[in-house]
Design a protein around this ligand. Structure first.
Ligand code: ADP
Ligand code: MG
Ligand code: ZN
Length: 482
């Protein structure tokens, strides 16, 4: 029986404000900050302390909710989610349950078959938990766990979708779009390896044509897009195998083991009643005025999806190319500045920015924001290519030099004597010399081995120090060989 996957996502995104959700502790980097250095009696859960809502965290959450076209509830309620575990010193997590901050949103994704709308069920505010590190010493020593409360109380937005995904690809595209969105909104760095954005897919399958959902499994510990896509694909396949062989899926939470490229059972899933939710008595209802919503909405920047649409429309780039540029704001900005700096074909700007230049950036330490080659410098280089001053191969060498030293293209070309040789007489002379030096190759070309022309082309270019105009060389070569 053919099955189809049904998937819904829960994504936790830290709102990277200056201070925590309910106290004045700073939000610090989870990797570099020494453990337990950003903790106070409130986030350590001491008795008698009281939480105070961080207004900036609410504003950040509103940005995301509005960008996802959610309806913001004028009143939302904080609730206690009770559970006993060392990562939560109070014994409960302050979250939102029955009345979340926002509901009923949507996001329109660009997938390989076209557009796909995913409905957002809800987005609610809560506090992050502390971080536990489980240590298993070698030998006879007992395993133990380290508790770091720096993360406890960091504002967290949980975004829950409807079960609208039908493939692992859709899940990955959504996760990437959401990451680009929160980065564009300035609320999160998007550093998945640091755990500031955590994605938990719920997966089930059902026979095609059946309305009712099957039993779902939730995957945790997915800390990259690759792991996410693989983990989802793995579970879909496992469900198919279990069901086709007459078995049943147990509702549970599984973890992703990246080394084994497989999931493993973690625990059977709790139900909501296990958490004994009740309204947080220490916090009043959260009121968000219509005026505040309007203010946040008006201040939203251009969002990646809209930006990608604009690139498609204005520059004739494909959906995939546009999305690639738009999801990395610095890259998109740079590309736009290049096209504005002179008469440069968008296609050529795209190819150089996302090809050669991005390649150089990726092998260097810094990011795109801090490179020495300004957009107008790349534009000047590309214009030299269009005008025939230098050829493509020379341009690549020059760009590498520009990237390393920050010198301008014209300067490097001049100093290196790299101006393209298009002079027909000179090229004719180089070709003649080359043919005279390679009589064997010439003979085999004339005997019908046409690929030898490529070798001879290379020899002529070498003689010209790589600077000859390749079109002219090809033409002259064909004439003299023919
Ligand atoms: P839970 O209470 O277990 O967290 P929810 O009903 O809140 O479950 O749903 C969590 C996520 O799982 C949502 O994104 C929802 O769309 C998705 N979901 C719910 N049931 C299923 C199912 N049977 N198969 C796949 N996804 C599901
Ligand atoms: Mg859940
Ligand atoms: Zn604190």
């Amino acid at each position: 029986m053919p099955y189809e996957p049904v998937i819904g996502l829960e994504v936790h995104i830290e709102m990277q404000t200056q201070s925590k959700m309910f106290c004045a502790c700073p939000v610090v980097d989870s990797v570099s900050a020494p453990p337990n250095t950003a903790v106070c009696p409130v986030c350590a859960g001491h008795p008698g302390t009281l939480p105070v809502v961080n207004e900036k965290a609410v504003e950040y959450a509103l940005r995301v909710a509005l960008a996802l076209e959610c309806t913001v509830n004028p009143v939302s309620i904080f609730a206690r989610k009770n559970y006993f575990y060392p990562d939560i010193p109070k014994g409960y997590q302050i979250s939102q349950y029955e009345q979340p901050l926002a509901e009923y949103g949507r996001i329109c994704l660009q997938i390989s078959q076209g557009e796909k709308v995913i409905r957002i069920r809800r987005a609610h505010l809560e506090e992050d938990t502390g971080k536990l590190t489980h240590v298993e010493p070698a030998g006879a020593a007992q395993p133990y766990s380290l508790v770091d409360l720096n993360r406890a109380g960091v504002p967290l937005l949980e975004i829950v979708t409807e079960a609208d995904f039908r493939s692992a690809e859709e899940v990955r595209v959504y996760a990437m779009a959401l990451r680009a969105l929160v980065r564009a909104l300035g609320v999160n760095s998007g550093d998945m390896e640091k755990g500031v954005m955590r994605i938990e897919p719920n997966i089930s399958i059902r026979p095609i044509g059946q309305e009712a959902f099957g039993t779902k499994v939730e995957i945790k510990n997915l800390n990259s897009f690759r792991a996410l896509e693989r983990g989802v694909a793995y579970e879909i396949k496992r469900h198919e195998q279990v069901l086709t062989s007459g078995g049943a899926i147990a509702q549970e939470t599984v973890g992703w083991d990246d080394a084994a490229q497989a999931t493993y059972s973690q625990r059977s899933k709790e139900d909501a009643h296990d958490y004994r939710y009740f309204p947080e008595p220490d916090l009043p209802p959260l009121r968000v005025s219509a005026e505040w919503v309007e203010r946040v909405k008006a201040a939203l920047p251009e969002l990646p999806i809209a930006r990608a649409k604009r690139y498609q429309r204005d520059f004739g780039l494909s959906a995939t190319e546009s999305t690639f540029l738009a999801e990395e704001a610095a890259l998109g900005e740079y590309f736009e500045r290049v096209t504005e700096a002179g008469p440069i074909a968008a296609r050529s700007a795209f190819a150089w920015v996302t090809g050669e230049l991005l390649g150089l950036v990726n092998t260097s330490n810094g990011g795109f924001e801090s490179i020495k080659v300004l957009p107008q410098d790349l534009a000047a280089l590309l214009i030299m290519v269009t005008e025939g001053k230098i050829n493509q191969a020379t341009a690549k060498t020059v760009l590498t030099e520009m990237f390393a030293s920050g010198r301008k293209a014209a300067e490097i070309v001049e100093a290196g004597g790299l101006v393209q040789v298009s002079d027909g007489d000179l090229i004719a002379q180089l070709v003649a010399e080359t043919l005279a030096e390679n009589p064997g190759e010439v003979a085999s070309y004339r005997a019908g081995k046409l690929t030898v022309a490529n070798f001879l082309f290379g020899q002529v270019m070498r003689k010209a120090g790589g600077k000859a105009n390749p079109q002219v060389v090809r033409t002259v070569l064909e004439q003299q060989l023919g």
